[in-house]
Design a protein around this ligand. Sequence first.
Ligand code: FO1
Length: 351
Amino acid sequence: MNLDSTPDAERTLATILGRREINLDKLDKLTRHWARLRVVALAGGVGGAKMAYGLYQILSPGALTVVVNTGDDLDRYGLYISPDLDTIMYTLAGLASRTQGWGIENDSRACLSMLERYGQETWFGLGDRDLATHLLRTQLLASGLSLTECTRRLASALGIQAEILPMCDEPVRTIVQTVSGELPFQEYFVKRQAQDHVLGLRYAGSEQATMTADAREAIARADLIVLCPSNPLLSIEPILCVPGMREALSSASAPRIAITPIVGGKALRGPAADLMRDLGYGPSAAGVAAYYGQLLDGFVLDVTDSELQLEIRAQGIKDMITDTVMKTDFDRIRLSQLVLQFRDELCEGRA
Ligand code: FO1
């Protein structure tokens, strides 16, 4: 998308940047400068996909790397399903369901209906076209390819010009500890609709996982690292638990900016706020900033929560306040531009 192509877009960008008048030469330089940046986004789920989409529209082809949570992955009928990798992939390819956020737009469910006739449990809603992704991924994995390479082939076939990387190639599975016992993530999240009181979380297999060379290199070369507005405990923490990941992020030269997934004490989607509360963290934007703590240089909070600004600053984290709710594609691009602008300010502050 060429944001500097129409006077309307120029006015819009000027409004976004909060300036009454804007020098078009400067604007041109700014958009070209942003297009040259290499960005690594840590993401999982729908919030992460929306942010990745916004960044993808602004950056040059190949400049965005999304490191994705695979703790939600599961096996159904022998198929390897990776919900967060697919949500990012479908979103960047323009295929994602607008209503659900996950799965493919207007997908049918003939296969699932037939499975139901066979008396199978169908709580995990697999669409027909979505199944093609799982069939192919499973076949590619069985042929000996790594999850990183399978994902690269699938994304490339869909014409995606960004690197979508699983957080690791080894199996790591998020296990939710509840009073009813330990639940595999999708059983807690989809089958039981995240209704259980959560006592704890563990990321089974993470100790044996290793950072991939691709993720390590992308992080080391990045100009900006974004922690997307994904669930900190369910989507981002499994990524951070991959041995070496925290250290790689901490030692990266790029500023690290997180965007709040909690607005007005409520998660924009899913159980993030309840989970933060259940596990003893503050169920607020300030709680999320504190959770990431020293990992962050900057934190983006919503206008609704501006009173939390001082609490975040007291943690030694720089803040930016804006409307963080992404309802439209325009919102996604606008927020991404602001994050890039915030990155420039953080870099200027370091110089
Ligand atoms: N989420 C649901 O709430 N219900 C479903 O039936 C469901 C099926 C599903 C199938 C494939 C896929 O890639 C994702 C799917 N999701 C479903 C989304 C998924 O459970 C979660 O959004 C993520 O794991 C959390 O990020």
